[in-house]
Design a protein around this ligand. Structure first.
Ligand SMILES: *[C@@H]1O[C@H](CO)[C@@H](O)[C@H](O)[C@H]1NC(C)=O
Length: 252
Protein backbone atom coordinates (compact mmCIF):
# COMPACT_ATOMS: atom_id res chain seq x y z
CA UNK A 1 0.00 0.00 0.00
CA UNK A 2 0.95 3.66 -0.09
CA UNK A 3 2.60 3.52 3.32
CA UNK A 4 4.80 0.55 2.45
CA UNK A 5 5.82 2.32 -0.76
CA UNK A 6 7.12 5.19 1.34
CA UNK A 7 8.99 2.86 3.69
CA UNK A 8 10.71 1.10 0.78
CA UNK A 9 11.68 4.38 -0.84
CA UNK A 10 13.03 6.12 2.22
CA UNK A 11 14.97 3.03 3.31
CA UNK A 12 16.69 2.78 -0.03
CA UNK A 13 17.29 6.54 -0.09
CA UNK A 14 18.76 6.30 3.41
CA UNK A 15 21.24 3.62 2.40
CA UNK A 16 22.32 5.53 -0.72
CA UNK A 17 22.66 8.76 1.25
CA UNK A 18 24.52 7.30 4.23
CA UNK A 19 26.97 5.30 2.11
CA UNK A 20 27.71 8.23 -0.21
CA UNK A 21 28.43 10.46 2.76
CA UNK A 22 30.51 7.79 4.49
CA UNK A 23 32.68 7.52 1.37
CA UNK A 24 33.64 11.18 1.50
CA UNK A 25 34.23 10.98 5.22
CA UNK A 26 36.73 8.17 4.65
CA UNK A 27 34.83 5.65 6.76
CA UNK A 28 34.58 3.02 4.02
CA UNK A 29 37.71 1.31 2.77
CA UNK A 30 36.52 0.53 -0.75
CA UNK A 31 35.49 4.04 -1.75
CA UNK A 32 36.64 7.61 -1.46
CA UNK A 33 35.01 10.88 -2.26
CA UNK A 34 34.53 11.62 -5.90
CA UNK A 35 37.38 13.66 -7.39
CA UNK A 36 36.13 13.53 -10.95
CA UNK A 37 34.93 16.71 -12.59
CA UNK A 38 31.41 16.61 -13.83
CA UNK A 39 31.55 18.57 -17.01
CA UNK A 40 33.60 21.69 -17.75
CA UNK A 41 34.33 24.35 -15.17
CA UNK A 42 32.50 27.66 -15.35
CA UNK A 43 33.76 31.14 -16.17
CA UNK A 44 34.41 32.16 -12.59
CA UNK A 45 34.88 28.81 -10.87
CA UNK A 46 36.66 25.50 -11.24
CA UNK A 47 36.10 22.00 -9.98
CA UNK A 48 37.96 21.21 -6.84
CA UNK A 49 37.77 19.37 -3.61
CA UNK A 50 35.81 16.35 -2.83
CA UNK A 51 32.30 15.55 -4.02
CA UNK A 52 29.98 13.20 -2.16
CA UNK A 53 30.24 9.84 -3.91
CA UNK A 54 26.65 9.34 -4.96
CA UNK A 55 27.65 6.96 -7.73
CA UNK A 56 29.06 4.48 -5.23
CA UNK A 57 26.19 5.02 -2.79
CA UNK A 58 23.57 4.59 -5.48
CA UNK A 59 25.09 1.38 -6.83
CA UNK A 60 25.66 -0.01 -3.38
CA UNK A 61 22.04 0.63 -2.38
CA UNK A 62 20.83 -0.98 -5.59
CA UNK A 63 22.82 -4.14 -4.94
CA UNK A 64 22.15 -4.27 -1.22
CA UNK A 65 18.54 -3.15 -0.87
CA UNK A 66 17.13 -4.61 -4.08
CA UNK A 67 18.62 -8.02 -3.37
CA UNK A 68 16.05 -8.47 -0.60
CA UNK A 69 13.35 -8.69 -3.28
CA UNK A 70 12.61 -12.04 -4.83
CA UNK A 71 9.97 -13.15 -7.26
CA UNK A 72 8.49 -12.06 -10.51
CA UNK A 73 5.14 -10.67 -9.54
CA UNK A 74 3.67 -7.22 -9.25
CA UNK A 75 4.78 -6.87 -5.64
CA UNK A 76 8.38 -7.50 -6.70
CA UNK A 77 8.32 -4.94 -9.51
CA UNK A 78 6.58 -2.42 -7.34
CA UNK A 79 9.08 -2.75 -4.49
CA UNK A 80 11.97 -2.36 -6.92
CA UNK A 81 10.31 0.69 -8.41
CA UNK A 82 9.90 2.33 -4.99
CA UNK A 83 13.47 1.43 -3.98
CA UNK A 84 14.70 3.06 -7.16
CA UNK A 85 12.50 6.13 -6.62
CA UNK A 86 14.08 6.63 -3.21
CA UNK A 87 17.61 6.49 -4.61
CA UNK A 88 16.76 8.79 -7.51
CA UNK A 89 15.44 11.37 -5.05
CA UNK A 90 18.95 11.44 -3.58
CA UNK A 91 20.99 11.36 -6.78
CA UNK A 92 18.93 13.90 -8.71
CA UNK A 93 19.13 16.48 -5.93
CA UNK A 94 22.91 16.68 -5.79
CA UNK A 95 23.87 20.31 -5.65
CA UNK A 96 26.77 22.56 -6.37
CA UNK A 97 28.58 23.84 -3.36
CA UNK A 98 31.37 26.36 -3.67
CA UNK A 99 34.03 28.03 -1.63
CA UNK A 100 35.88 31.27 -2.23
CA UNK A 101 39.63 31.35 -1.68
CA UNK A 102 40.57 34.92 -2.59
CA UNK A 103 42.14 37.52 -0.33
CA UNK A 104 39.97 38.20 2.72
CA UNK A 105 37.02 36.29 1.35
CA UNK A 106 36.92 37.88 -2.10
CA UNK A 107 35.91 35.42 -4.76
CA UNK A 108 38.87 35.65 -7.13
CA UNK A 109 39.32 31.90 -6.89
CA UNK A 110 36.25 29.76 -6.48
CA UNK A 111 36.22 25.97 -6.32
CA UNK A 112 33.05 23.88 -6.44
CA UNK A 113 32.04 20.30 -5.79
CA UNK A 114 28.84 18.24 -5.66
CA UNK A 115 27.15 17.79 -2.33
CA UNK A 116 24.33 15.50 -1.25
CA UNK A 117 20.95 17.06 -0.50
CA UNK A 118 20.08 17.10 3.19
CA UNK A 119 18.18 13.98 4.16
CA UNK A 120 15.42 16.19 5.53
CA UNK A 121 14.87 17.53 1.99
CA UNK A 122 14.85 14.00 0.56
CA UNK A 123 12.29 13.02 3.19
CA UNK A 124 10.06 16.00 2.44
CA UNK A 125 10.15 15.27 -1.29
CA UNK A 126 9.30 11.63 -0.70
CA UNK A 127 6.45 12.69 1.56
CA UNK A 128 5.08 14.77 -1.33
CA UNK A 129 5.30 11.71 -3.58
CA UNK A 130 3.56 9.72 -0.88
CA UNK A 131 0.64 12.13 -0.98
CA UNK A 132 0.49 11.86 -4.77
CA UNK A 133 1.39 8.16 -5.09
CA UNK A 134 0.02 6.27 -8.11
CA UNK A 135 -2.10 3.20 -7.81
CA UNK A 136 -0.88 0.78 -10.47
CA UNK A 137 -1.57 -2.55 -12.05
CA UNK A 138 0.50 -4.64 -14.38
CA UNK A 139 -0.14 -4.22 -18.08
CA UNK A 140 1.17 -7.53 -19.29
CA UNK A 141 0.62 -10.48 -16.97
CA UNK A 142 3.24 -13.20 -16.79
CA UNK A 143 5.86 -11.36 -18.76
CA UNK A 144 8.41 -10.62 -16.07
CA UNK A 145 11.37 -12.37 -17.63
CA UNK A 146 13.48 -9.37 -18.59
CA UNK A 147 12.73 -7.00 -15.82
CA UNK A 148 16.08 -6.23 -14.30
CA UNK A 149 17.28 -2.68 -13.88
CA UNK A 150 15.30 0.06 -15.49
CA UNK A 151 13.06 -1.95 -17.71
CA UNK A 152 10.69 -2.98 -14.98
CA UNK A 153 9.13 0.40 -14.57
CA UNK A 154 7.57 0.38 -18.00
CA UNK A 155 5.41 -2.51 -16.92
CA UNK A 156 3.49 -0.42 -14.42
CA UNK A 157 0.23 1.01 -15.67
CA UNK A 158 -1.99 3.41 -13.75
CA UNK A 159 -5.02 1.75 -12.23
CA UNK A 160 -7.10 4.65 -13.42
CA UNK A 161 -6.57 4.92 -17.19
CA UNK A 162 -7.02 8.70 -17.01
CA UNK A 163 -3.96 9.13 -14.82
CA UNK A 164 -0.50 9.48 -16.29
CA UNK A 165 1.92 6.56 -15.91
CA UNK A 166 4.23 6.79 -12.90
CA UNK A 167 7.61 8.42 -13.50
CA UNK A 168 10.87 7.22 -12.07
CA UNK A 169 10.44 9.46 -9.04
CA UNK A 170 6.82 8.55 -8.26
CA UNK A 171 5.84 6.12 -5.55
CA UNK A 172 3.53 3.31 -6.61
CA UNK A 173 1.20 0.95 -4.78
CA UNK A 174 -1.45 -1.54 -5.80
CA UNK A 175 -3.60 -2.04 -2.73
CA UNK A 176 -5.73 0.42 -0.83
CA UNK A 177 -4.29 1.17 2.60
CA UNK A 178 -5.78 -0.79 5.47
CA UNK A 179 -7.89 1.03 8.03
CA UNK A 180 -5.34 2.38 10.47
CA UNK A 181 -8.06 3.41 12.93
CA UNK A 182 -8.77 0.05 14.51
CA UNK A 183 -6.10 -2.37 15.73
CA UNK A 184 -5.28 -5.23 13.38
CA UNK A 185 -2.51 -7.42 14.80
CA UNK A 186 -2.31 -9.49 11.63
CA UNK A 187 -1.25 -6.40 9.67
CA UNK A 188 0.75 -4.91 12.52
CA UNK A 189 -1.65 -2.00 12.84
CA UNK A 190 -1.87 -0.76 16.46
CA UNK A 191 -4.89 1.53 15.94
CA UNK A 192 -5.04 5.13 17.09
CA UNK A 193 -6.46 4.78 20.61
CA UNK A 194 -4.14 6.67 22.96
CA UNK A 195 -2.36 8.60 20.20
CA UNK A 196 -1.67 12.25 20.85
CA UNK A 197 -3.40 14.58 18.43
CA UNK A 198 -3.53 18.27 17.64
CA UNK A 199 -6.96 19.84 18.16
CA UNK A 200 -6.24 22.82 15.91
CA UNK A 201 -4.91 20.91 12.90
CA UNK A 202 -7.08 19.77 10.01
CA UNK A 203 -4.34 17.42 8.76
CA UNK A 204 -3.70 13.78 9.59
CA UNK A 205 -2.24 14.83 12.96
CA UNK A 206 -5.51 16.59 13.83
CA UNK A 207 -7.85 15.03 16.36
CA UNK A 208 -10.74 14.76 13.88
CA UNK A 209 -8.89 12.53 11.43
CA UNK A 210 -6.55 10.73 13.76
CA UNK A 211 -9.20 9.72 16.27
CA UNK A 212 -11.44 8.52 13.42
CA UNK A 213 -14.50 10.26 14.83
CA UNK A 214 -14.29 8.54 18.23
CA UNK A 215 -13.45 11.78 20.00
CA UNK A 216 -10.59 12.66 22.28
CA UNK A 217 -9.87 13.64 25.85
CA UNK A 218 -8.00 16.71 26.94
CA UNK A 219 -5.84 16.96 30.00
CA UNK A 220 -3.30 19.37 31.38
CA UNK A 221 -0.04 17.72 32.23
CA UNK A 222 2.68 19.18 34.34
CA UNK A 223 6.13 18.44 32.97
CA UNK A 224 9.69 19.30 33.85
CA UNK A 225 11.83 21.01 31.30
CA UNK A 226 15.33 22.40 31.31
CA UNK A 227 15.28 26.16 31.11
CA UNK A 228 17.36 29.34 31.55
CA UNK A 229 20.42 27.52 30.30
CA UNK A 230 23.73 29.35 30.46
CA UNK A 231 27.10 28.52 29.02
CA UNK A 232 30.06 28.38 31.37
CA UNK A 233 33.65 28.57 30.11
CA UNK A 234 34.73 25.92 29.32
CA UNK A 235 32.66 23.78 28.46
CA UNK A 236 29.55 23.31 30.43
CA UNK A 237 25.92 24.23 30.04
CA UNK A 238 24.00 24.75 33.25
CA UNK A 239 20.23 24.80 33.34
CA UNK A 240 17.44 25.17 35.80
CA UNK A 241 14.49 22.82 35.90
CA UNK A 242 11.18 24.51 35.22
CA UNK A 243 7.74 23.08 35.69
CA UNK A 244 5.52 23.78 32.74
CA UNK A 245 1.89 23.00 32.06
CA UNK A 246 1.06 21.42 28.74
CA UNK A 247 -2.34 20.66 27.28
CA UNK A 248 -2.43 17.20 25.75
CA UNK A 249 -5.15 15.69 23.59
CA UNK A 250 -5.42 11.93 23.35
CA UNK A 251 -7.62 9.84 21.10
CA UNK A 252 -10.27 7.73 22.81
C1 LIG B 1 -1.17 22.07 15.80
O1 LIG B 1 -1.61 22.45 14.51
C2 LIG B 1 -1.50 23.85 14.24
C3 LIG B 1 -2.16 24.10 12.89
O2 LIG B 1 -1.73 23.19 11.92
C4 LIG B 1 -0.02 24.23 14.28
O3 LIG B 1 0.13 25.62 14.03
C5 LIG B 1 0.56 23.89 15.65
O4 LIG B 1 1.95 24.14 15.67
C6 LIG B 1 0.32 22.41 15.99
N1 LIG B 1 0.74 22.16 17.36
C7 LIG B 1 1.58 21.18 17.71
C8 LIG B 1 1.86 21.03 19.17
O5 LIG B 1 2.09 20.45 16.89
Amino acid sequence: CRESAFVYAITSAGVAHAVSRACSEGIIETCTCDYRNRGPSGLDWQWGGCSDNIEFGYKFARRFVDSAERGRDLRFIMNLHNNEAGRVHVSSEMRHECKCHGMSGSCTVKTCWMRLPSFRDVGNNLKDRFDGASRVMVSNHGNFEHLRRRKYRFQLKPYNPNHKPPTRKDLVYFEKSPDFCTPNPKLGVPGTVGRQCNDSSIGVDGCDLMCCGRGYKTEVREESERCSCTFHWCCQVKCRICRIKRTVHTCL
